[in-house]
Design a protein around this ligand. Structure first.
Ligand code: HEC
Ligand code: HEC
Length: 289
């Protein structure tokens, strides 16, 4: 019913469609826009041919003319990364912890590997940040029970503490009450002496009596001045850093029953490279000597 009609305002032909007096003008799409559309259509056809694009039941997708596959690409990248790692791990397994720490490339690799191994094998006891907890030493501070030098840490990791093997770190503080070595009042006295050693409030008279008890029973391991001894894993009692607690009750419990903390040996459970990366990592935590 419509005849070609020109809009009186713009002079453009109308399409003949009209809604409530509003007429549609016949403005064709710009040429450039059409060409872009056609180009994208042509491109997509090319893409279908060249790259994997069509889903094929049972096969995944078509291979595409150039046989590209992002999955194969990914596998190759993984292979390359693995062989790079394998080279590094062999190098680390053959080096001493000192050599690893001294070589920037090995050191960087060991710190990254050590960090993730620590979360996996050590954090349950020492905490994710290695800050420790009651009975589990903080590995960030420079207060060491068995030594904070690289080779000392390495040895602790390999053989553990009080773990059944010939090379484990071993020392047994007697359970002074349970073993019948000291009487309860002697233990109370020596506790006062230890409180004084660490600068806490103590009964002066009891501490004076405790001093003798300490010299006779404790100094052999903890040292004349209570500063501890790395050789026998006896903690420093003067520094205010406690493994089991530094209040009177905790000290009395340590002396009465002894604690005998156990740290597993890792040799045989983890490979040599992992134990070495862990030693380098722990040493670098901030307290390493
Ligand atoms: C089952 C709990 C447990 C796990 C797991 C554990 N540790 Fe320990 N670790 C201990 C205890 C307890 C001690 C303190 C032993 C003692 O009384 O001398 C200790 C001591 C240490 C020490 C000696 C600290 C010092 O002051 O000399 C180092 C170093 C250490 N652990 C590192 C590690 C690393 C690294 C891992 C992981 C591979 C690990 N530990 C896993 C319980 C654990
Ligand atoms: C044979 C060596 C030895 C003798 C002797 C010894 N200790 Fe210990 N002491 C240790 C060791 C090793 C530890 C570490 C605790 C553990 O994990 O078993 C320790 C731990 C302690 C602790 C806990 C420290 C903390 O950080 O929580 C106290 C307190 C202590 N000893 C006091 C004494 C007193 C007091 C005597 C003497 C009556 C004494 N010890 C005798 C080896 C000894």
């Amino acid at each position: 019913m419509s005849t070609i009609e020109k809009d009186s305002v713009t002079g453009t032909a109308t399409t003949g469609h009209e809604w409530d007096g509003i007429k549609e003008l016949n403005n064709p799409l710009p040429r450039w826009w059409l060409w872009v559309l056609l180009a994208t259509v042509a491109w997509s056809i090319g893409y279908w041919v060249v790259y994997p694009a069509w889903p094929v039941p049972g096969l995944g997708t078509t291979r595409g003319a150039i046989g590209y596959s992002s999955r194969v690409d990914h596998e190759n990248e993984l292979k390359a990364a693995k062989s790079l790692q394998a080279g590094m791990l062999t190098k680390i397994a053959a080096a001493t912890p000192e050599q690893i720490a001294a070589d920037p490339e090995m050191r960087a690799f060991a710190l990254a590997g050590g960090r993730s191994a620590f979360q996996l094998y050590c954090s349950q006891c020492h905490g994710t940040g290695a800050a420790g907890a009651a009975g589990y030493p903080n590995l960030n501070d420079d207060d060491w029970i068995w030594g904070g030098k690289l080779d000392e840490i390495y040895r602790t990791l390999r053989y553990g503490v009080r773990w059944p093997n010939d090379d484990t770190r071993m020392s047994d503080m007697p359970a002074f009450l349970a073993d019948g070595v000291l009487k309860p009042n002697q233990i109370d006295d020596v506790a006062d002496y230890v409180l004084g050693l660490s600068g806490q409030k103590a009964d002066a008279q009891a501490a004076e009596r405790g001093k003798t008890v300490f010299a006779e029973n404790c100094a052999a391991c903890h040292g004349e001045t209570g500063k501890g001894n790395l050789e026998v894993g006896a903690p420093n009692l003067t520094d205010g850093i406690w493994l089991y607690g530094g209040d009177r009750n905790a000290i009395i419990a340590s002396v009465r029953y002894s604690r005998k903390g156990v740290m597993p040996a890792w040799e045989g459970k983890l490979d040599a490279a992992t134990i070495k990366t862990l030693a380098v990592y722990v040493h670098a935590l901030g307290g390493g000597k």
